[in-house]
Design a protein around this ligand. Structure first.
Ligand SMILES: C[S@@+](CC[C@H](N)C(=O)[O-])C[C@H]1O[C@@H](n2cnc3c(N)ncnc32)[C@H](O)[C@@H]1O
Ligand code: SF4
Length: 436
């Protein structure tokens, strides 16, 4: 069927209309005329897949990945980098208007890196044995279904992992335990790339040797995670007793080394993370003697850079292992003007000692659900400037509305291309206390 694409949905599909019914067309861009096939039909809308582009939009490009049509890991590969950024900026703008009823005083240029491939340092890869093909698949689900895509490399993953998908599949196919591995977690630091094989408690000697040989051959560190407990242990390189060697990334501008464990939360894109931390620290402009709060601080990704600017910095985080990690990182980097506290920031934390004092500057980087409740309390801290880092424009916009109603101005905002080729929108916003 012929479709004239009018606009783009927030999940990156072209939107067309036929006889009053909305059509979501995968792989089509606004302004394009495409031939598309219906893949599902509902009473209010149809879902279609582009089969042929009759009239291409200027923002179209040939996907850098040969599996992009099928694989659900990326949905914007057919858009140029500029078109992707424009889509993300429009998404943020529409969310601010729709959920928050606000607009920033200034839109700032997006944070981008020149290289949009090979960026992804954290991922969970699915593993499935497909009997009919006598093959083990490793990767991401297909678009809009639960089958794994048949890929042999992945160009958005860090190449230390992305270029090893085929050998990984072959190795897994060779294991006695191939049917028991539902997932492989990957985590990359600056110097070391790790694969964590989950669900691997009763491993035969032969399988263990194969995993080790794979790690050796591909310069990967190999960890196992048994079913149940949330701990991992390294089998390659063999560790002498305690696992002393951790993954790490550098924040050179601040002369910091951040250490982490393979299962810890870390920002996926090292280059954009460095630029994002730079921007947040610059915007908050911490002065000696000021009190600074970093909410949802994780392992201290913003806390420690902020602490290098002087002042007293308090990091608060819900996951106790991350609180420990934050303290370890502060010690490792010789910073003694930082304190880390554990707290459920979606619950009532007002009774905690750290919450009883005021703060001059606040950084907040919540999970997708945002921080609506906390934003109501934030005003009580009396901060002059608040930087909000967000992975979900809908909750950022909603929370920004709360801040604006509570006496803050949304001074500036913009997107950061943390996840090129996907529809994930990472944003940063600066709020300042309204002095008027
Ligand atoms: C988007 S991450 C940001 C981490 C850190 N700022 C960074 O840049 O690496 C969100 C963090 O919020 C924490 N978190 C999630 N829910 C929480 C809650 N209810 N209370 C406190 N922390 C929470 C997670 O453990 C995670 O570390
Ligand atoms: S996730 Fe990897 S394999 Fe899937 S479309 Fe993106 S680049 Fe290709």
């Amino acid at each position: 069927m012929r479709c004239e694409i009018e606009t783009l949905s927030h999940d990156g599909r072209g939107i067309a209309r036929q006889d009053g019914k909305t059509q979501f067309v995968d792989g089509a861009l606004p302004g394009e005329t495409v031939m598309a096939k219906v893949v599902s039909s509902r009473s209010k809308f149809d879902e279609l897949r582009t089969e042929e582009v009759l009239d291409a939009a200027p923002g179209r490009q040939t996907p850098p990945c040969e599996f992009a049509d099928l694989c659900g890991g990326c949905s914007l590969q057919h858009m140029s980098g500029d078109a992707q950024i424009e889509f993300k900026e429009n998404t943020l703008r529409e969310h601010f208007a729709h959920f928050g009823g606000i607009e920033p005083e200034e839109w700032i240029a997006p944070l981008r890196s020149e290289e949009s491939l090979g960026y992804r340092r954290k991922a969970r890869l699915g593993v499935r044995y497909v009997k009919a093909r006598e093959s083990v698949l490793v990767g991401f689900r297909e678009k809009r279904n639960s089958f794994l895509t048949d890929i042999d490399r992945c160009v958005v993953l860090d190449p230390r992992i992305g270029e090893r998908i085929l050998p990984l599949r072959n190795m897994l196919h060779d294991l006695e335990a191939y049917s028991r591995i539902p997932q492989v977690e990957i985590a990359c630091g600056d110097d070391v790339a790790v694969m964590v094989f989950r669900n691997m408690d009763e491993l035969s000697v032969g399988d263990r040797e194969k995993l080790i040989a794979f790690g050796q051959a591909h310069e990967l560190h190999i960890y196992l995670q048994p079913k149940g407990p949330d701990t991992v242990h390294r089998i390659w390189p063999e560790s002498a007793g305690r696992d002393e060697e951790r993954l790490s990334y550098r924040l050179d501008e601040f002369d910091l080394t951040m250490r982490f464990h393979p299962m810890d939360f870390t920002q996926v894109n090292a280059g954009i993370n460095r630029a994002m931390v730079h921007r947040a620290v610059e915007w908050l402009d911490v002065q000696p003697g000021e009190r600074v709060l970093d909410l949802f601080c994780g392992l201290g990704n913003f806390t420690l850079p902020l602490a290098t600017r002087g002042g007293q910095v308090v990091g608060v985080e819900g996951d106790e292992t991350m609180v420990v990690r934050g303290r370890e990182n502060a010690e490792l980097n010789g910073l003694d003007n930082v304190a880390f506290h554990g707290a459920d920031l979606h619950g009532d934390f007002t009774g905690q000692s750290w919450a009883k004092e005021g703060f001059d500057k606040i950084l907040i980087d919540p999970p997708r659900s945002g921080a609506e409740e906390i934003c109501k309390y934030l005003t009580a801290f009396g901060a002059q400037k608040i930087v909000y880092v967000s992975c979900n424009p809908a909750t950022l916009a909603r929370d920004a509305g709360v801040m604006v109603r509570n006496g803050y101005r949304l001074v500036r905002a913009g997107v950061m291309d943390m996840f090129p080729h996907t529809t994930h929108v990472e944003s940063i916003a600066l709020f300042e206390k309204d002095s008027g």
